[in-house]
Design a binder for this molecule. Structure first.
Ligand SMILES: [Zn+2]
Length: 147
């Protein structure tokens, strides 16, 4: 378990809400994290980004002393397919069942749910990658003007 000083530092540096940390450190912490993950699995099925679980999981991982997992969860650079790969990884670690359907398997593998997805898989781009793509388009347009 982390010391009060370590917790204080994290609350300030990562801007973690104290109320969430308190819920995770209590006796029902494991159930809280399980319910949060299950809720966000449904969001991913709906092609919505998990709004809560990844942050809670980072806190959970850190509280368990798993700095490597916490750092992986905090890294927003590897965040494809609505966070499905990260959430399935969390399910495996926590012993929570991941939906057995093919769409969810594909998304957790970092791919579109299906070849003809019209719900947003193909259009989905991480905000950081979107800026890179826009910069690339601007470069290409500039090159075209020079021709
Ligand atoms: Zn899809």
């Amino acid at each position: 378990m982390r010391t009060p000083e370590e917790i204080e530092e994290k609350l300030v540096n990562r801007r973690w809400p104290w109320s969430d940390l308190e819920r995770l450190t209590g006796a029902g912490g494991r159930e809280v994290i399980a319910q949060t993950v299950k809720h966000d699995i449904y969001r991913i099925m709906d092609h919505k980004e998990p709004w809560y679980a990844l942050g809670m999981l980072e806190m959970w991982a850190w509280l368990q002393g798993d700095d490597e997992w916490a750092a992986y969860l905090a890294d927003e650079a590897t965040y494809p397919m609505y966070g499905a790969p990260r959430l399935r990884d969390a399910c495996r670690r926590l012993g929570i069942e991941w939906p057995a359907d093919q769409d969810m398997t594909n998304m957790a593998d970092g791919k579109e749910c299906s070849e003809w997805c019209e719900r947003g898989c193909i259009k989905w781009v991480h905000p950081k990658e979107l800026q890179t793509a826009l910069d690339r388009i601007a470069d290409l347009e500039a090159q075209l003007k020079e021709v």
